[in-house]
Design a protein around this ligand. Structure first.
Ligand code: ME8
Length: 518
């Protein structure tokens, strides 16, 4: 398979200073959706997530708990790994920055940068925020704090520097040539104006603590956590072995998905490091927005952080995935509210989609002996039915929206067909045809079943478990569930048994308890 058929998607690697919350779940689910879509669409996919385990913030968290940093990171990293299981995430690898393969990759990248004259020894005197793991210029501070509101401290220490200042023009030229490389456009503008404002050389090592990757040849220094962290995207595909098949296939296609808080690291520092090392910058960095909770900023001190376990146990997994992908345009900030969540579940999932499946399959059970009814016309005539034509075109219409990570629009598009199917069933009224024209009833039910098959196929990336249940009800074979199964060639065979349907999306009782906050 060539690199043109390859697709590499990454989440940020999450700091292990704290347990996972809804924000981490959000980024990871969004990447899972695109990874699953691309696989169903026949691409070779590499989907990477993992944990960021070095640096001062993590070291301090371990220290405050009185635990050795390795034991601490082993424990918290495991919770992030469990999160991927809880959320049914299809990642191909889970990287930890404390792994030997990663230390080797970081040190190799470092040596390359030194060999190319891109790193030099100096000393740093300036502001640092441990919470953000970021250096700030005096001019960036707002009221004595980082622009993010984080506390800053004055740091003076020997440090290696990366010649970031020399890369401004080449970064601008790169983004000029590749306008799609930062999404959405608002973030691109933010990055461009940051670069145009002038870049300072970046401190890339620390000496006042030791929890990090040692600098080759100068072990008094550990690498700045961001050069270490960003390198994970290379480690996982075999770097420094650039002859590794994964590296050759996936590097040019890498798509980073990040929160808006870490765009600068991914869209300024990272491409500069890469170009300086002679490597291609990422194909795209997509920065999504932040979730607030019932209108308030999520914070440990307010105690309103939402644990994904609570969401899944209260509302269900696919319901949670659906809500997060449907509620807010990817790239915008959004608010999590219990009312909005229940509204989406009861309206979109239970009423619109769940009910459609239930109504149609129950009628087939009752009136067609539990077998796929015969449409009574040949496939080419059937394909001219507007509802079938609509269903056949679903993947084609959804594909560009998924490629653009416009998840909410992809779901809108799918639900437009759900709506068309519901209108069709009401208009054709198969329950009336049963008495007046049983052949017409059979055709109407067949058309609806084929529509449901296509809906279930295309919605798999969002709702993997529920879509699989619908395909099971319809008796669709496991190897007939990728996008090659779209169209008449793989249509349901009349006479085949179908299963007794069960409700897939139970309505949520609005008096049910809220998920625990904490
Ligand atoms: O920044 N809403 O890790 P991190 C939406 N280790 N997403 C949110 C969110 C919110 N309220 N809060 C967090 C790091 N996120 C570095 C990354 S990558 C080489 C290193 C998500 O644990 C969002 O994806 O602080 C954000 O970018 C990420 O969590 C930050 O996770």
């Amino acid at each position: 398979m060539s690199a043109a058929d390859a697709f590499y998607i990454t989440t940020p690697i999450y700091y292990v200073n704290d347990k996972p919350h809804i924000g981490h779940a959000y980024t990871t689910i969004s990447c899972d959706v695109i990874a699953r879509f691309m696989r169903l669409d026949g691409k070779r996919v590499m989907f990477l997530t993992g944990t960021d385990e070095h640096g001062q913030k993590v070291a301090k968290s371990a220290e405050s708990k009185g635990i050795d940093p390795q034991a601490f990171t082993d424990d918290v990293s495991e919770r992030f790994r469990e999160l991927t299981k809880l959320l049914n995430i299809s990642n191909d690898d889970f990287i930890r920055t404390t792994e030997p393969r990663h230390r080797d990759a970081c040190q190799a990248l470092w040596k390359t940068l030194v060999d190319k004259g891109e790193i030099y020894l100096g000393s740093y005197a300036g502001w640092y925020s441990v919470r953000d793991e970021a250096f700030y210029q005096e001019s960036e501070l707002v009221g004595g704090k980082a622009p993010t509101g984080a506390e800053v401290e004055w740091v003076e220490e020997p440090s290696y520097f990366f010649r970031l200042s020399a890369w401004a023009d080449r970064l601008l030229a790169h983004y000029e040539r590749n306008p799609e490389a930062i999404q959405p456009a608002s973030r691109r503008n933010e990055v461009l104006s940051f670069i145009r404002g002038g870049l300072h050389d970046l401190s890339v090592s620390r000496t006042t603590f030791s929890w990090g990757v040692p600098v080759p040849g100068d072990p008094a220094h550990v690498m700045y956590v961001w050069i270490d962290a960003l390198t994970n995207y290379l480690t996982a595909i075999g770097y420094p072995d650039t002859t590794d098949d994964r590296f050759k296939v996936f590097w040019p296609t890498v798509h980073h998905t990040v929160g808006k808080d870490i765009v600068r690291f991914h869209a300024v520092y990272w491409p500069a490091f890469l170009m300086a090392a002679g490597l291609t910058p990422p194909r795209r960095v997509f920065a999504h927005g932040w979730w607030t909770i019932e209108g308030e900023k999520m914070s440990k001190s307010i105690g309103n952080t939402i644990d994904p376990h609570d969401l899944v146990s209260t509302y269900g997994l696919d319901q949670t995935r659906y809500f997060l992908m449907r509620e807010v345009p990817f790239g915008n900030d959004g608010d999590f509210s219990r009312q909005a969540m229940i509204g989406r579940i009861n309206n979109d999932l239970a009423n619109d989609f769940g009910n459609l499946v239930q109504r149609v399959l129950s009628m087939v059970q009752k009136n067609c002996g539990g077998k796929v009814p015969s449409p009574g016309v040949d496939a080419s005539l059937l394909a001219q039915e507007p509802l079938i034509a609509d269903a056949h075109g679903l993947v084609e219409r959804v594909r560009p929206l998924i490629v653009a990570q416009s998840y909410h629009k992809a779901l809108e598009e799918i639900w437009a067909t759900v709506g068309a199917a519901n209108r069709y069933i009401d208009r054709e009224a198969p329950w009336t045809l049963r008495k007046t024209d049983p052949d017409a009833m059979a055709r109407v039910l067949y058309i609806l079943m084929e529509t449901i098959r296509h809906l279930a196929l295309v919605v798999q990336p969002f709702l993997p478990t529920s879509a699989a249940r619908v395909l099971d009800f319809l008796g669709v074979a496991a190897d007939d569930r990728d996008f090659k199964a779209v169209g008449t060639a793989h249509a349901l065979l009349p006479g085949r048994d179908i299963a007794q349907p069960q409700p897939i999306f139970p309505r949520i009782d609005t008096s049910a308890p809220a998920p625990g906050a904490g």
